[in-house]
Design a protein around this ligand. Structure first.
Ligand code: ZN
Ligand code: ZN
Length: 409
């Protein structure tokens, strides 16, 4: 029994519900997609509940489940994963926050929660804050995309049980962080000290002076929310003995990879946006399969169309995904096991993640091929895999890749 490599492709938010304008079909059902259908016709199919039936997953909790972890046990909030995604080496015990660069007036009243949708100069602003010392707490700070940033506190006895400084609305003063449990007092104090010091360092920063001179809003404060402690997760290298690589455009998913020991591969043109170069992702994934046991690809575009309520956009995304799958089909190593699924449905009618299950197809040597001929929600329901949960996927793939551990004698 030779161990095989596993290619797991996650079409973020691709699952949908029937739409009246599409003749009560889903975008997957109406889009032409010969390559996806080929994998379905030559594989085994089913429906997958990322967390559990009816539970609306976040991308982070769902990816944990698809990697075989129980999110209810290991998930501690998205902050730590976003911090890992922008390149902060987060470790157990670190407390991470999601942040926005914002514009405030002299009394710290929030004028704009996105600092005039700032796009440039945030890395320089972040440098002014990174490495700050707040008593015994060390600050790690990185800019993300646009106004987004990640903040990590490192030190002894930190707690994520503190309230946000982000009031989540305009014309309100930046909030004082409050400890939600007595042992979080020092963390709340450090966060409040951070707010003060950040304003001091940012208000006259050259980047902001230039912005003001151009009539743009200065990014003169950072507001924090969603504190989370970095979880102690056994990496896939240890848990399954897999050397793993991952490809993604968005920071959160890169953070998910790093958190579970999946090496992040940077692919030029893989932006995580609608303009992302999917064929470049396919080529990078195929190359990585030669050197890794598990390769994970996240394609974000369908989720963006779902959130925008854009059905025709989602159909276009399916066609582009299909070109990517055609490239993979053409050059797939014979011994690879391929799984095609989503981390959740993002129905265009809802513009958010729903609790609907998603199609899953597994293709590879030895797979018990069923009668399903198409990769879509309706067809998948008739497949041989039946209905599984996100956490079931990794054991099934390991088994098909001849990597499963025997339970019992
Ligand atoms: Zn997602
Ligand atoms: Zn989403």
């Amino acid at each position: 029994m030779d161990a095989r490599s596993i290619l797991l492709i996650i079409f973020d938010g691709l699952g949908d519900r029937p739409i009246a304008e599409l003749g009560h079909k889903t975008p997957l059902e109406v889009a032409p997609k010969p390559a996806l259908d080929w994998f379905a016709a030559n594989g085994v199919n089913g429906l997958l509940d990322p967390i559990a039936p009816g539970v609306r997953p976040g991308s982070d909790t769902s990816h944990l489940a698809l990697f075989g972890y129980d999110p209810l046990k290991v998930y501690t909030g998205r902050g730590p994963f976003e911090a890992a995604g922008v390149g902060i080496e987060v470790g157990p015990g670190d407390v991470a926050f999601r942040c926005n660069f914002v514009t405030v007036d002299g009394d710290l009243n929030v004028v704009d929660r996105r600092a005039g949708r700032i796009r440039e100069g945030t890395e320089e602003l972040a440098k002014a804050l990174d490495g700050m010392k707040l008593g015994r707490v060390k600050v790690l700070f990185r800019a993300g995309t646009e106004h987004r940033a990640a903040l990590v506190f490192r030190g002894k006895g930190l707690s994520p049980q503190v309230s946000d400084t982000d009031p989540h609305e305009h014309a309100v003063k930046a909030l004082d962080s409050k400890p939600l449990v007595p042992k979080a007092k020092a963390t709340a104090k450090a966060l409040n000290a951070f707010t003060k010091e950040a304003h001091k360092r940012l208000k006259d920063h050259p980047v902001n002076a230039e912005r003001t001179a151009r009539g743009e809003m200065p990014a003169n404060l950072v507001l924090a929310r969603g504190a989370g402690i970095f979880p102690d997760i056994e990496p896939v290298t240890k848990r399954y003995g897999l050397k793993a690589a991952g490809i993604a455009g968005v920071a959160l998913i890169k953070g998910m990879y790093r958190a579970v020991g999946i090496e992040v591969l940077e692919v030029p043109g893989a932006t995580g946006g609608l303009d992302t170069n999917m064929v470049a992702k396919a080529d990078a994934a195929l190359a990585a399969l030669r050197t890794h046991d598990l390769v994970v690809v996240n394609v974000k575009a369908a989720d963006l169309c779902g959130h925008d309520g854009n059905a025709s956009g989602k159909i276009t995304v399916v066609e582009r995904i299909d070109q990517m799958m055609a490239a993979i089909k053409a050059n797939l190593p014979q011994e690879a096991v391929v799984a095609l699924t989503s981390d959740h449905s993002t129905p265009v009618a809802i513009k958010d993640h729903s609790g609907d299950p998603v199609p899953v197809t597994i293709f590879g040597e030895g797979v018990r091929v069923d009668d399903v001929m198409a990769y879509d929600e309706r067809s998948a329901a008739k497949g041989g895999l039946g209905r599984i949960r996100g956490q079931d996927l990794m054991p099934i793939l390991l088994s098909l890749a001849n990597r499963g551990e025997k339970y019992g004698a």
